[in-house]
Design a protein around this ligand. Structure first.
Ligand SMILES: [Zn+2]
Length: 177
């Protein structure tokens, strides 16, 4: 952290390093909705996590997010209903391709369940790693803040000491009461 004397003047705007857009001086995130980059002096945990993600982890993250949504259940219910109706011969426009007890559907569901389970496990491991990274970044910010507060505290003590010494000095040229 630079000294007050060497510290540059407070800028009136912050230029986003991501998109180059100008933001208010007190902005925390880039105002551009497509960018949204964190503009702080510290590393932002979600950006750090996103940067460190491998391709398979990105896929696992999206699968875990999608499979936890109510739409996922609705989609499956619609899929099962249509599949069973078609393969029971109730929809004349389509030929039966997977007769009761719907063996092909069973195989597809087994593969889907296996893949989703594996992706959820990857996503779960990733979440644990993220919690550790988040804790490390929180610690970094806390240590920096603690050191800065201590530095300011020492400076205030120093200033108070100087003021006391100045006030206790006899002032021969000063006004007398
Ligand atoms: Zn931006």
């Amino acid at each position: 952290m630079p000294d007050a004397a060497s510290r540059p003047a407070e800028p009136s705007t912050i230029v986003c390093p991501g998109c180059g857009g100008a933001n208010d001086a007190d902005a925390v995130f880039c105002a551009d909705g497509r960018c949204g980059k964190a503009l702080g002096e510290f590393r932002y945990v979600l950006e750090e996590i996103e940067r460190g993600r491998s391709r398979i982890e990105k896929v696992a993250h999206h699968v875990a997010r999608l499979s936890g949504r109510p739409h996922f259940v609705t989609l499956h219910l619609v899929w099962f209903t249509v599949w069973m109706l078609v393969n029971s011969g109730l929809v004349a426009a389509f030929a039966v391709f997977d007769e009761y007890p719907f063996g092909l559907l069973g195989i597809i569901l087994a593969v889907e369940a296996t893949l989703i389970t594996l992706f959820l496990l990857i996503s779960n491991n990733e979440q644990n790693a993220h919690a550790e990274k988040r804790a490390a970044l929180d610690y970094e910010v806390n240590v920096r803040t603690w050191r800065l507060v201590n530095k300011l505290d020492r400076r205030f003590d120093d200033l108070a000491g100087r003021l006391e010494r100045l006030e206790s000095k006899p002032n021969p040229g000063g006004p007398t009461r």
